[in-house]
Write a protein that binds this ligand. Sequence first.
Ligand code: ASP
Length: 585
Amino acid sequence: MYRTHTCGELRISDVDKKVTLAGWVQRTRKMGGMTFVDLRDRYGISQLVFNEEDNVALCEQANKLGREFVIQVKGVVKERFNKNENLSTGDIEIIVSELTVLSVSATPPFTIEDNTDGGDDIRMKYRYLDLRRSCVRANLELRHRMVVEVRNYLDKQGFMEIETPILIGSTPEGARDFVVPSRMNPGTFYALPQSPQTLKQLLMVAGVDRYFQIAKCFRDEDLRADRQPEFTQIDCEMSFVDQDDIIETFEGMAKHLFKVIRNVDFEKPFIRMPWIEAMKRFGSDKPDMRFEMEFVELMDVMKGYGFGVFDEANYIGGICAEGAATYTRKQLDALTDFVKRPQIGAKGMVYARVQEDGSVKSSVDKFYSQEVLLSMKDKFGAKPGDLILILSGSDAMKTRKQLCELRLKVADELGLRDKNKFSLLWVIDFPLFEWSEEEQRLMATHHPFTAPNPEDIPMLDEHPEKVRALAYDMVCNGIEVGGGSVRIHDSKLQDKMFDVLGFTEERAQAQFGFLMNAFKYGAPPHAGLAYGLDRWVSIMAGLDSIRDCIAFPKNNSGRDVMLDAPAPLEQCQLDELNLLLKKEE
Ligand code: ASP
């Protein structure tokens, strides 16, 4: 037996017990004739004491211990003279009588402490050392707790956990696939699932009724901040349900998780906000509702007074930042620069401060009378000390999105995005299609299996862009934490959908024939949703990045710097796979 107790276990009630501990040397301190060692494992830290007066040789052995050596000690638990309130074991120490070095360690490239001296890159390269730090490990523990809770919750609701394959066929609709060459079938490729979408629908045809899976998903997208090429979904599907049933089931799960993990109660049902309303009020399909700062449209009060920028605009709208009239000219210029960055693309920003006497001082005073500015102020319900920021543009949706960025930026600056506050809502009634500039065609907003709102089906031919989907996203603090839809279970309607998406019958058959054929054999009405596990954990843990709750994440260029992947293949492997690499120019 290597140990009788873990390093986080012993308490004052254990005094005088003979114990054996094993773990890593966090640090050693020599004080006079005594040597103190902090011994660490997953569960905590215990203080070991070596006393020269008792055993010189043993003490010398202890003085030679380096950081991160793995050792085993035997000794007796004693009450500590100087107690350490920050440690669960802080009341006791172990007077050591026997020391065995189980494994030596090279000097670690950074300190294994919460406040480490290691930068991001080095910690990624030595992730196994980074994971020894309690603050990083705590995120994995939280992730585990959440997965256990999810499994229990869904099991109680009659869901069955089923694994679907990782080697599947490519479905070019959506993001780009990661592909795997097949050795046994030369010239052919598997694809890794972007999600188990079609497979879970087939499970509904198979009569599984309620399915879930903690599913790895793979998407070969250009990496944006905080995206991982592989990530984990809590993937679910149910038969004989409508949109309300799904929303109730998974709202219940969200509330359960918040209760058990964060002890937060949500008394009321979450708001269900139509997509168009979210866009108009917040310029986003994932509004952060921890704070207000809703958009106010100003076309009727600000257009037509000779200010060219506004007179030419098709949308003028603004936000009111409470108490922010103290913003200096420099801060306002910085905000203007922010919205003018190419990623955001606004042409400029107009601002107005509400003075102590209630009058308005703006950057466009020469075009507007005080009377007009006051009516503008009234539209916001702004008070003395408030700051109004206005954007305009020719495309209303684009301008709203720019205003959304500004709203979030200002909220960040004013400290309104509190990590310990949680605001959840459903966004519903998404448009069924969206226009892809890149492909110059309509694409399914969610995926091609999403059912249209029955009321809108008559518009499918003439005005597909106006058709609403039976699709829903759950949003927490401005982050999409899950989403799903009611599916088409009628093969005729599915054919129609492919038709509107511009698929020929042959292409639809080639890509999705397996699903459409299955639907010919009695498909139950079904609907589902997937929660993003990584995002859920990072929100619950208050992390800035999903990377921090993944054991072995990829870096921002999609590389695993620890494994040095991706990497070239040996020529013999390429030969075996029948692959010929294009010569670099
Ligand atoms: N498969 C969808 C996704 O990955 C979720 C769903 O519709 O259930 O977003």
